[in-house]
Design a protein around this ligand. Structure first.
Ligand SMILES: C[S@@+](CC[C@H](N)C(=O)[O-])C[C@H]1O[C@@H](n2cnc3c(N)ncnc32)[C@H](O)[C@@H]1O
Length: 342
């Protein structure tokens, strides 16, 4: 397949999933509340070695079948797009995400079940297709799924050179926040002590452990905590300690941290005081919340309330949009620094 055709296929794949796609230089960017960089390499123009460098730097890479042998020689996910035979019908596909080799349909919209399965199989080499019947619910944020195709729901998802074993029917995981996790992990400095509250299967914790001296990851869902421990082993992330338990019970027993990550946007406010208590002087908190129309000020007031109650100062470093929950609800991360020596 030539470069132009491959790029057109990548574009179509993401537009079908509800992303806005733009060409910027030699890359495409897909935006849907957050920006994902996509790199396409056709076998008529690029060699395996040239593609490897891009894959190893963690970029989302697409190749045609002429470069498919690259998949076995790298640790990151590479998507291989195939030329259609020309006589296959063009099936409609709903919005979905791919976790390892499992496709998860978030909203079937008006697409027929069988057509959705055929459409996804036309574009993705997956062993199972799950349909999210209802949004994420309950304390553990796990969806209720119907199996539309295949039976096995455990998979290994590759992200930025790491591997995460996960069963999305048992524990929360979304590949869509990979770039956001990387954004946070990139801020970690050598020697930091990091706490990941609400750790899930460990993607934040394991990414952060590259530079941190120590990472504590706390997860309450027993299935999630089990995967967290398996993933620490799988990635030989010896600096990460996974703890099964409730943040409210575990964290009071811990000391202070240079960085605290709070990826539970529905109710992170209930844990904010605890995070402030366990942040070191000049420590940074990554506070995830849902911003509904115009409530940015209220979110900042939550920070103001918890710091002023303790007579502490804080400074907002950044407010980053990282995903949409609905037409008027955006997932945001407020990065702020706490000063304790005043
Ligand atoms: C939105 S998920 C984020 C998971 C992970 N950080 C990621 O990015 O994939 C939130 C996680 O917090 C866990 N959780 C919810 N309440 C908790 C609590 N009180 N203590 C510890 N974990 C909790 C849930 O089980 C879920 O796995």
């Amino acid at each position: 397949m030539n470069q132009e055709k491959l790029e057109a296929k990548v574009r179509e794949l993401f537009e079908r999933q509800g992303f806005k796609v733009k060409k910027e230089g030699n890359r495409l960017t897909a935006s849907n509340g957050q920006k994902i960089v996509l790199k396409a390499f056709s076998s008529d123009k690029y060699s395996t070695e040239e593609v490897k460098a891009s894959v190893e730097s963690g970029e989302k890479v697409f190749v045609d079948e002429g470069l498919e042998e690259i998949e076995s020689s790298v640790d990151n996910d590479v998507s291989i797009l195939h030329e259609e035979s020309g006589d296959e019908p063009d099936y409609e596909t709903p919005s979905y995400e791919v976790i390892g080799d499992i496709a998860v349909i978030n909203d079937l919209a008006s697409v027929d079940r069988e057509e959705a399965v055929e459409g996804i199989l036309q574009h993705q080499n997956v062993k199972a297709i799950l349909l999210k019947k209802e949004g994420l619910s309950g304390e553990f944020r796990v969806g209720d799924y119907e199996k539309l195709y295949g039976t096995e729901t455990e998979t290994i998802h590759k992200e930025f050179g790491y591997r995460f074993k996960v069963d999305p029917t048992e524990v929360y995981f979304s590949e869509r926040f990979g770039t956001e996790r990387k954004r946070v992990a990139d801020q970690v400095e050598e020697g930091e002590k990091v706490l990941v509250m609400f750790a899930g299967v460990g993607p934040f914790a394991i990414l952060c452990s590259e530079k941190a001296e120590k990472v504590i990851a706390v997860e309450k869902n027993p299935a999630g905590a089990e995967y967290l421990k398996k993933n620490i082993e799988l990635n030989k992330a010896d600096k990460v300690e996974g703890i099964e338990g409730d943040v409210k019970e575990v964290v009071p027993e811990l000391g202070e941290f240079d960085r605290i990550i709070m990826p539970l946007p529905e109710s992170a406010d209930q844990f904010l005081g605890l995070a402030v208590d366990h942040t070191s002087n000049n420590g940074v908190i990554h506070y995830y919340r849902f911003r509904e129309e115009g409530n940015q000020e209220e979110l900042e007031e939550e920070i103001e309330a918890e710091t002023s109650r303790r007579s502490l100062d804080y400074e907002i470093i950044d407010v980053v949009e990282c995903g949409e929950r609905g037409p008027s609800s955006t997932r945001v991360c407020i990065d702020f620094q706490v000063t304790k020596d005043t």
